[in-house]
Design a protein around this ligand. Structure first.
Ligand SMILES: Nc1ncnc2c1ncn2[C@@H]1O[C@H](COP(=O)(O)OP(=O)(O)OP(=O)(O)O)[C@@H](O)[C@H]1O
Ligand SMILES: [Mg+2]
Length: 252
């Protein structure tokens, strides 16, 4: 018997202003799965990620998004995060004046409060911080700096994976984690994802490059085109795409 899906997107239609961007998208993700979504620029991949995370400015006009069997369309972004949805940003924000440790402690305590738990004890928090730091090869010098302020592109991305490791989400959506990463950073980000993946969580990796998928081997690859998923396959589909390009593949 198959488990219940973590995420179920049914016939989703969504618009920004008057413009329909998502045009009848279906996607089902089960626990333990890593999905990759590929697709040309402007096809709605980031929009889809933002809609799942609950960002303002998008109007869902049809369809539903279920997370662990419950519709999340009426939930705030904070509630969705507390339920266990994590979105790694294509362009991570900087938070001047807030150190990484304080930022992470606040995030973890909010999550614990939602689960009816007391704030994490400082000693326990530091232990966890060190463990996860080691897991994702996050340099120690970052700890006392403000969140993302003056971080290089690679450091921001690594930081995003670190935050994911700390929060231990049920569903993580990573948008273009390979953009601008050097090969070592790419590898350690992928290693982080590989260490964090388990039978209870799931990942959606949005990427343009087959290269990332050599390191994070997806169970399922989708091709998104003009606001819909038009093809689904295994990791070979990403290779075929690299060889043929979108136009040939989507029209074949
Ligand atoms: N705030 C906005 N206002 C108006 N149009 C928008 C807005 N955000 C996105 N769009 C449009 O929605 C479409 C989908 O954009 P989206 O960023 O989701 O594409 P994408 O698939 O992530 O592209 P890329 O591969 O370049 O990251 C584009 O045509 C874009 O111009
Ligand atoms: Mg995008």
């Amino acid at each position: 018997m198959k488990m219940n899906p973590i995420l179920e997107i049914k016939n989703l239609h969504a618009k920004i202003g008057d413009k329909e961007i998502i045009k009848g998208l279906n996607l089902t993700v089960y626990p333990g799965e890593v999905h990759a979504i590929m697709g040309p620029n402007g096809t709605g991949k980031s929009t889809l990620a933002y809609i799942i995370a609950g960002k303002d400015g998008y109007e869902v006009t049809q369809g539903d998004i279920l997370f662990n069997g419950k519709s999340i369309l009426d939930m705030s972004p904070e509630e969705r995060a507390l339920e266990g949805i994590f979105l790694g940003f294509q362009y991570p924000v900087e938070i001047p004046g807030v150190s990484m440790t304080n930022f992470m402690k606040a995030a973890i305590d909010a999550q614990r409060k939602y689960q009816g738990l007391d704030p994490v004890k400082p000693g326990e928090f530091l232990k966890m911080y060190r463990e996860k730091q080691a897991l994702v090869n996050m340099p120690d010098k970052i700890k006392n700096r403000s969140v993302n302020e003056g971080f290089s592109g690679g450091e921001k991305k690594r930081n995003e994976i670190f935050q994911m490791a700390m929060l231990n989400p049920k569903l993580a959506i990573l948008d273009e984690t390979d953009s601008g990463l050097d090969i070592d950073a790419l590898r350690s980000v992928a290693e982080g994802v590989n260490k964090l993946r388990n039978k209870d969580n799931a990942f959606i990796i949005i990427t343009h490059y087959q290269r990332l998928l050599d390191y994070i081997v997806p169970d399922i690859v989708h091709i998104m085109y003009d606001g819909k998923i038009v093809k689904t396959g295994d990791k070979e589909l990403a290779k075929e795409l690299e060889a043929k390009g979108y136009d040939t593949l989507v029209k074949s």
